[in-house]
Design a protein around this ligand. Structure first.
Ligand code: GRF
Length: 212
């Protein structure tokens, strides 16, 4: 039985593309659903090209954000998804949505959390004068980029602090780290520490194993 992955997107979808290229139909993983809050998201075309079912959930079409989130949760549940991946999904999810998929929602964020949560993380980090930034993949809780950390990797700020170059270094790392985290979860290699609910444990030896 395959590990059924869904992806929520709002924008260009380069992270979705990395997931499709590296994981779809491999490692026992299938991307079975892609949903967006924005009908014009380029990510939807990428999903369609890969033959993955897509849907658009605009708040205005559902009488508000919370109702939209619940409709989207129903759509995902009908597709029996094992994991919900936020890949450039630029809205907060309501409490009930999060409760429907406990420890089953992951997000990628372009900073070393807990530094620089929220929007414009790259700009925040550069304005702060950091010399090293990075990428975090974490479980989603009700806060803004505040859930338990699954994987992190540091990225050096270029010597000339060029924002475009820093951003492209960060994106390249996102495109490795997010698929890696999904693969580890699918392989059953990711668990929460019994004594510290913030601590995510990873059994690296299982990374290549198929989920049972
Ligand atoms: C990524 O930088 C991600 O970290 C942030 O939004 C961006 C999405 O890019 N949350 P893309 O749509 O995957 O190309």
């Amino acid at each position: 039985m395959s590990f059924r992955v869904s992806v929520l997107v709002s924008g260009t979808g380069t992270n979705l593309q990395a997931i499709l290229d590296q994981l779809h139909g491999r490692h026992g993983i299938e991307v079975v659903a892609v949903a967006s809050n924005r009908p014009e998201a380029r990510a939807l075309d990428r999903a369609a090209t890969a033959g993955v079912e897509t849907a658009v959930f605009e708040a205005s079409a559902h009488g508000g954000r919370e109702e939209r989130d619940l409709a989207m949760a129903d759509w995902l549940a009908e597709r029996r998804v094992d994991l919900v991946v936020l890949a450039g999904y630029m809205e907060l999810l309501c409490t009930e949505f999060i409760a429907r998929f406990p420890s089953r929602i992951v997000n990628v964020h372009p900073s070393l959390l807990p530094a620089f949560p929220g929007i414009r993380a790259i700009e925040q980090a550069l304005d702060h004068g950091v010399k090293v930034g990075g990428v975090t993949v974490h479980f989603v809780d009700e806060g803004v980029d505040s859930g338990p950390i699954i994987l992190q990797r540091a990225v050096e700020v270029p010597a000339d602090r060029d924002p475009a170059e820093f951003e492209s270094r960060l994106h390249a790392v996102e495109h490795e780290l997010l698929p890696e985290a999904i693969r580890l979860i699918g392989a059953g290699a990711v668990s929460m520490d019994a004594r510290n609910p913030r601590l995510v444990r990873i059994e690296r030896g299982m990374a290549g194993a198929r989920r049972v």
